[in-house]
Design a protein around this ligand. Structure first.
Ligand SMILES: [Cu+2]
Length: 66
């Protein structure tokens, strides 16, 4: 298992964290995503974490990976 934590700008509430975690979990190879709203981060876990693909998924959901 690999884990990567990415800073995400633009998340303000629970619906944002739901959208971002769903977007990250939709990326192949990702088995889980945990958003920390206070820290403005998402931590993705999976057997094969493609950080570029995770960033693309976050951007597609309307948020800005830092
Ligand atoms: Cu929101």
């Amino acid at each position: 298992m690999n884990t990567t934590t990415i800073t995400v700008n633009g998340m303000t509430c629970g619906c944002c964290s739901t959208k971002v975690s769903a977007a990250v979990e939709s990326v192949p190879g990702i088995s889980g995503a945990e958003v920390d709203l206070d820290a403005s981060t998402v931590t993705a876990t999976g057997n094969d974490v493609d950080e570029a693909a995770v960033r693309t998924a976050i951007a597609s959901a309307g948020y800005k990976p830092a």
